[in-house]
Design a protein around this ligand. Structure first.
Ligand code: FAD
Length: 391
């Protein structure tokens, strides 16, 4: 780890203690996305973490993204999810795939926090089977595009209860078919485009309630050709490459959840007494703590090793970006569950934090690819490349 990574971790930790932890419980209760706190992350340089310095970013790497996601998630995974949608799914996607002119126009307001970004891939009828998307972009007589369709579950798709849309949506849409396979293209959708609006804010989520999840609607939405990212039909590469950093970031979020849960259960087990002894004297409680710690550390080593090997511009790390999320998501959920168990009745109420982490942890087995999708991808990749096992 270089000096800049050590400094980054410390500054995010300080920021979390001062700005994020105090409001975490309230944001969860109110299902509230806190734009003000989010914008302060822009001042700290976090919103454009991997974007180039020339466009207002911090020019950092995959290891930095893991550090930031682990630290934010140890306090407020819901807010961290909104951060991930902005910084990895929107900003990093633009930084890696967009033209210089697009970077010049979109990155500065996204990196500063003036704009909130999102990414739209999932739809009401397709998630895992994303290439079967129905959202379609058709060229008009002037060479611009008309988009029709619906996107579902979009984090930062709306930024408040009034259904104000996010400022910039990195949108995937079908533009045709070649040899029986869908051709996917990407469009930068701006708030205010005619025919683009929020269908619904999705309320009543189990967890991740400090982020807003929305359905987005495109009804004859006119998009200028200059807002298409890359060539028409070549976005499968963008999507696959970005899914790698997304999954790594989500795995790091599980690390944050596990670390905080272990911290809470260790302290509680030392203080709380039963039958005249501290809970930490009981073998079953020791097993919860020790198993959690060792599983967290093993997952952490895998996440940090994968981050060190990840080149944000290359996109060849799918087996391990699926791998880290496959092991970390259930680990985070399991560890939060053990923490609740160690705290007994107190673990079941919000004040003691772990019940929120437990609810947030579940999303990481679903969002950004389900654990079944990771199993399918890893098994498929390894059967095609058996030499990767020993690489
Ligand atoms: C809070 C939240 C935030 C989200 N944010 C975003 C976002 O910002 N942008 C975005 O585009 N999406 C987002 N999503 C969507 C998320 O990525 C999808 O929910 C996820 O990919 C799963 O898709 P699905 O819900 O349609 O489930 P489905 O794909 O319908 O899957 C249902 C079940 O079937 C299983 N299944 C499906 N196919 C197979 C198969 N081939 N083999 C075995 N099992 C299979 C799945 O694993 C799962 O268990 C978000 C979701 C949530 C809940």
């Amino acid at each position: 780890m270089r000096d800049e990574h050590v400094m980054l971790r410390q500054s995010v930790r300080d920021f979390v203690a001062k700005e994020i932890e105090p409001g975490a419980l309230e944001r969860d209760r109110r299902e509230h996305f806190d734009l003000q706190v989010f914008q302060k992350m822009g001042k700290l340089g976090l919103l454009g973490l991997t974007a180039p310095l020339t466009h207002g970013g911090a020019g950092m790497d995959a290891l930095a993204t893991v550090i930031v996601h682990e630290e934010l998630s140890a306090s407020d995974p819901g807010l961290c999810l909104a951060y991930l949608a902005h910084a990895l799914l929107c900003v990093n996607n633009i930084a890696v795939n967009a033209s210089d002119a697009q970077k010049e126009r979109f990155l500065p307001p996204l990196c500063s926090g003036k704009w909130v970004g999102a990414m739209g891939l999932s739809e009401p009828e397709v998630g895992t089977d994303a290439l079967n998307m129905k959202t379609f972009a058709k060229r008009d007589a002037q060479g611009n595009y008309v988009i029709n369709g619906r996107k579902m579950w979009i984090t930062n798709g709306a930024i408040d209860d009034k259904k104000t849309p996010g400022d910039c949506i990195y949108l995937y849409a079908k533009t045709g078919e070649k040899n029986g396979r869908p051709e996917i293209s990407t469009f930068l959708i701006e708030k205010g485009f005619k025919g683009f609006f929020v269908g619904q804010n999705i309320h009543g989520k189990t967890g991740m309630r400090a982020s807003i999840t929305a359905e987005l609607i495109f009804e004859d939405c006119h998009v200028p050709a200059q807002n298409r990212v890359g060539e028409e039909g070549d976005s499968l590469t963008h999507m696959m490459r970005n899914l790698e950093i997304e999954r790594l970031g989500l795995a790091a979020m599980s690390l944050g959840i596990a670390r905080r849960s272990i911290d809470v259960m260790v302290r509680y087990a030392n203080e709380r007494k039963a039958f005249g002894q501290a809970l930490c004297q009981f073998g079953q409680i020791q097993a919860y703590i020790a198993d959690s710690y060792a599983e967290y550390k093993a997952c952490r080593a895998y996440v940090y090793e994968t981050a060190r090997r990840m080149d944000l511009h290359a996109g060849n790390n799918r087996v391990d970006s699926d791998g880290v999320k496959l092991v970390c998501a259930p680990m985070g959920k399991r560890v939060a569950d053990r923490a609740m168990q160690v705290l007994g009745g107190y673990g079941y109420v919000s004040e003691y934090v772990v019940e929120r982490l437990w609810r947030d942890a579940k999303l990481l087995e679903i969002g950004g690819g389900t654990i079944e999708a990771h199993q399918k991808n890893i098994a498929g990749d390894l059967s095609k490349h058996p030499n990767w096992v020993a690489a």
